[in-house]
Design a protein around this ligand. Structure first.
Ligand code: HEM
Ligand code: CU
Length: 527
């Protein structure tokens, strides 16, 4: 590896700046990736405290701890922070770290813009969190901010909320452009598209989704702003508008958005399972096509969130069948992961545990999604805890588990040190048990009719709610192990080798652990 030696020997001329300016002005993909990941972890904790506030209130029927108004602000902020502050920035952080290293590039294609993409976020989220201290309180209309709750009946702070959403959108679009530019222009010689690692593929597709739908989100919040301050009536029936229009525009953004939160997870799991099964990924080509099909289909199913608003029968049928169609490429992916593990020499280090749990639990989330997709029965459980169970199964053991799997998988590469494996395993098992205790009972209380987004509930739901709250606290506090393990690993520990995992493959493992400041100063050859 002459490339490597050269990289190492010239590296000290291009080291990081000293002190705080290293982080403020940095254009380095690894520094920016690290900042994204830390930011996301902080947001995960903030959003997690809000979730525990919600579950503490729901531990028993009746009102114990907080006022209904504050409860609404908690559910809203929890959702917004988890989606835009925790899951999305974590994936962008992983992309920043890994995409250049996986395609054999020295850095991202647009490093100066990369700095902006990150630094906008802390401002956006400070602004969003400040709304909680404003007169009238923070956003209280759910993370889907349906009009007229978010317009006519909204607290004054909604204007700040809209500004924060715009900033997040700008950050996402710039990040997406950067990822596309990097993948298109900076691949090592010989790395054709069909030789790219799956994580790179899934992120490429995700970046296109982002560019397509973030302007729709910007549009819908701008329409809200106009309705509130400039006398328009987009969503106001009294002025000739229609609140259902809000839902159409929102979900045309919102459904692809949920795939923005899962496609990179597919990529991560497709990197990890082959490593620990010591086999090549089964069906690489079909994985690429399945991912693209899911991305395309995600644009034609938005109204499955709106079965109950009153649609023509033909519309209900169209959205029902197109939604179910997504199960086909999703099934291809699940099949391929299982086929990769089949007769492999598997070992179960922490990343693999999270990856396998992802496959199993995400599949549960997929099946409950299929149930929801059946229009005539959705009338029963729409807006109940069943929906909450569904999207938490895809988001927590789906998106979040994949992020944790990725963290354990690449942490030795990033820091040069091994994390504590037994603590990692303990973290996994407590999280796995916690997640299921929290969200599985929600299927039942949902089918039994408990509505979502309420601070108090009828007595017959008491037992399962108590179980769910216990699970939530177990899951929440287990995450302290995760943080402790990461901090210890960053500080020191057993040195990691370059190719950390026996079965690992791909360019990132040809670099030293930790990698040089500018990953590949000479492009590696891919044959
Ligand atoms: C096979 C795949 C999937 C199917 C068939 C499916 C189907 C559905 C349907 C029909 C709903 C609307 C339920 C209702 O409001 O009554 C829904 C809600 C939701 N889904 Fe999925 N889904 C799938 C995968 C995903 C994935 C991968 C994610 C995210 C990573 C996700 C996140 C959500 C969220 C956040 C909601 C709730 C939206 C709200 O607040 O109303 N879903 N899903
Ligand atoms: Cu959807």
């Amino acid at each position: 590896m002459s490339t490597l030696e050269q990289t190492a020997s010239t590296d000290h001329h291009h080291g990081p700046a000293k002190g705080i300016t290293r982080w403020l002005y940095t254009t380095n993909h690894k520094d920016i990736g690290t900042m994204y990941l830390i930011f996301s972890l902080v947001m995960f904790m903030v959003g997690g405290c809000m979730a525990l506030t919600i579950r503490a209130e729901l531990f028993q029927p009746g009102l114990q701890l907080i006022q209904p108004e504050f409860f609404n602000q908690m559910t809203t902020m929890h959702g917004l922070i988890m989606v835009f502050g925790a899951v999305m920035p974590a994936f962008v952080g992983l992309a920043n770290w890994m995409v250049p290293m996986m395609v054999g590039a020295p850095d991202m294609a647009l490093p100066r813009m990369n700095n902006w993409s990150f630094w906008i976020l802390p401002f956006a989220f400070s602004m969003m969190l400040m709304t909680l201290f404003m007169e009238g309180g923070g956003p209280n209309f759910g993370w889907t901010f349906y009009a007229p709750l978010s317009t006519t009946y909204a607290p004054p702070s909604v204007t700040f909320f809209i500004f924060a959403v715009h900033m997040m959108g700008i950050s996402s679009i710039m990040g997406a452009i950067n990822i596309i530019a990097t993948i298109f222009n900076l691949r090592a010689p010989g790395m054709t598209f069909m030789k790219m690692p799956l994580f790179v593929w899934t992120w490429l597709i995700t970046a296109f989704l982002l560019i397509a739908v973030m302007p729709v989100l910007a549009g819908v919040v701008t329409m809200m702003l106009m309705d509130i301050h400039f006398g328009t009536s987009f969503f106001n029936a009294a002025g000739g508008g229609d609140p259902v229009l809000f839902q159409h525009v929102f979900w045309f953004f919102g459904h692809p958005e949920v795939y923005i939160m899962i496609l990179p997870a597919f990529g991560i799991v497709s990197e990890i399972i082959p490593t620990f099964a010591r086999k090549k990924l089964f069906g690489y080509t079909s994985m690429v096509y399945a991912t693209s099909s899911i991305a395309i289909l995600s644009f034609v199913v938005w109204a499955h969130h709106m079965f109950t608003v009153g649609m023509p029968l033909i519309g209900e049928l169209f959205f029902m069948f197109t939604t179910m169609l997504i199960a086909v490429p999703t099934g291809v992916k699940v099949f391929n992961w299982i086929a990769t593990m089949f007769r492999g020499s598997m070992t179960f280090e922490t990343p693999m545990l999270f990856a396998v749990a992802f496959v199993v639990l995400f599949t549960i989330g997929g099946f409950s999604g299929l149930m929801l997709a059946i229009a005539p029965v959705d009338f029963q459980y729409h807006d109940t805890y069943f929906v909450v169970a569904h999207f938490h199964y895809v988001l927590v053991p789906g998106a979040i588990f994949s992020i944790m799997a990725a963290t354990y998988y690449w942490l030795p590469k990033w820091t040069g040190n091994m994390y504590n494996e037994s603590m990692g395993k303990l973290h996994f098992w407590l999280s796995f048990i916690g997640v299921n205790i929290t969200f599985f009972p929600m299927h039942f209380i949902g089918l039994a009719g408990m509505p979502r987004r309420i601070p108090d509930y009828a007595l017959q739901f008491a037992d399962f709610n108590m179980v769910a709250s216990v699970g939530a606290f177990l899951f929440g506090f287990s995450q302290l192990l995760f943080i402790y393990n990461i901090v210890c690993c960053a500080k020191g520990g057993k040195k990691a080798t370059d190719r950390v995992w026996e079965g690992s493959h791909g360019l990132e493992w040809t670099l030293s652990s930790p990698p040089p400041y500018h990953s590949f100063s000479q492009p590696p050859k891919v044959e």
